[in-house]
Design a protein around this ligand. Structure first.
Ligand SMILES: C[S@@+](CC[C@H](N)C(=O)[O-])C[C@H]1O[C@@H](n2cnc3c(N)ncnc32)[C@H](O)[C@@H]1O
Length: 161
């Protein structure tokens, strides 16, 4: 998944990456730091997961590259990041995505992980993404075709209700 996403967003070494919902085993954050040498900030709303994730980073030897912070994505400051990866299972993810669409840098790229319809299209639940972002590309994962990474760019004019 991480390899696919590096290609999908053209992630380069200098890109500052934010991983939202890194969980107790922040595999994506650690792999990105190891594979591309990125500075990665992983955030999670759950204190226990954050403590475990910090230990995991320490054991993986990437403490100089990966920072783990306890935070709620819906009010975390995101304007310094080039790449924002959003895990599945984020609480109130529509609010989180609205916050990102409003405050992301104009050239930042967002990767939203979700489940697709059998043909690989967005489900009804995720169609709101088209109001908030420019949907650039959707890639399915090799081992589970229903698991998709959606590449989103900032929309020039945001549609708000
Ligand atoms: C499915 S798990 C992530 C698993 C995995 N390590 C990954 O890379 O995809 C989702 C995580 O998101 C966290 N989370 C849920 N809502 C959040 C929010 N609003 N802000 C930050 N983290 C959140 C949960 O605590 C949970 O650890």
């Amino acid at each position: 998944m991480v390899d696919n996403e590096i290609n999908l967003a053209g992630i380069s070494k200098d890109n500052k990456v934010l991983h939202i919902g890194c969980g107790s085993i922040p595999a994506s954050s650690i792999l990105l730091a190891k594979k591309s040498g990125n500075q990665v900030t992983g955030i999670d709303i759950d204190a226990r997961s954050v403590n475990q994730a910090k230990l995991c980073v320490l054991k993986s030897g990437v403490s100089d590259k990966v920072q783990i912070i306890k935070a709620d994505a819906k009010n975390f400051s995101i304007d310094k990041f080039d790449i924002i990866i959003i895990s599945q299972g984020i609480k109130k993810y529509k609010n989180v995505l609205e916050h990102i669409a409003k405050s992301m840098k104009s050239d930042a790229q967002v990767i939203f992980r979700s489940s697709s319809l059998p043909g690989g299209d967005l489900t009804k639940n995720d169609l709101f993404l088209k109001d908030l972002f420019k949907v650039v590309k959707i890639v399915s994962q090799k081992k589970n075709a229903l698991l998709i990474s959606v590449l989103l760019n900032k929309k020039s004019k945001l549609k708000t209700n």
